[in-house]
Design a protein around this ligand. Structure first.
Ligand SMILES: CC(C)(COP(=O)(O)OP(=O)(O)OC[C@H]1O[C@@H](n2cnc3c(N)ncnc32)[C@H](O)[C@@H]1OP(=O)(O)O)[C@@H](O)C(=O)NCCC(=O)NCCS
Length: 175
């Protein structure tokens, strides 16, 4: 449920220190080491495959409490955005902030003309935004295999059946 005034805006370099702390906090709960998620964020910022228009922060009362980042991966020669990671500050979770960020990323990706978005995450969480297991439409992330419910795709208007095969994240492309 949305109980606050949530402002969603494109992230800037001025947000980066706050975003790193936020990602560390969001993924550092329950004994999990958040180093991998922090590394994805920092390496994406350094990559020419980052998508500035699909990096968003959520603010409540002027404080950044949520962040989502996308970058261009590869699907058999087609550049396709992946979402990684999505983070909401532990103290701000359960108030619709993740929902607002994912909804806006999907809307902006559609407007930008991308045919789909992919991600690895909870099927229970992402299916409310129209994500579905990617293997069911022939899009596969080899490390988890075609039957994984966690590698998901959100088909957009430009999606077509020729869009299938093996996906690689930008950090796996070696450039
Ligand atoms: C997952 C996360 C981004 C959700 O953000 P949020 O602002 O708390 O989510 P919202 O308020 O928009 O939505 C809350 C709903 O998501 C569900 N939810 C939250 N985290 C979830 C998870 N990891 N898996 C499945 N469902 C989840 C809640 O149960 C709630 O369900 P309901 O609407 O049926 O009551 C946030 O909890 C987070 O940053 N978690 C730690 C980092 C993480 O795991 N990120 C990757 C997401 S797969």
């Amino acid at each position: 449920m949305v109980t606050d005034d949530i402002v969603i805006r494109q992230a800037t370099t001025a947000d980066q220190a706050v975003v790193v702390a936020l990602v560390r906090d969001a993924f550092g709960t329950g004994g999990h080491d958040p180093a991998e998620e922090v590394e994805i964020v920092v390496s994406t910022w350094a990559s020419d495959r980052r998508l500035d228009e699909l990096e968003l922060v959520a603010e409540v009362d002027g404080v950044v409490v949520g962040h989502v980042l996308c970058a261009l991966g590869d699907l058999e020669g087609t550049a396709l955005p992946s979402v990684a990671p999505l983070a909401v500050a532990p103290t701000a979770q359960g108030r619709g902030i993740g929902t607002a960020l994912v909804t806006e990323v999907v809307r902006r990706a559609e407007t930008a003309g991308y045919p789909a978005l992919v991600l690895l995450g909870s099927d229970r969480y992402y299916r409310r935004f129209g994500f579905e297991p990617a293997g069911t439409v022939g899009v596969v992330y080899a490390p988890v295999g075609p039957a994984s419910p966690y590698f998901q795709i959100r088909r957009l208007a430009g999606f077509g059946p020729s869009l299938r095969g093996e996906f690689a994240y930008h950090w796996e492309l070696g450039r």
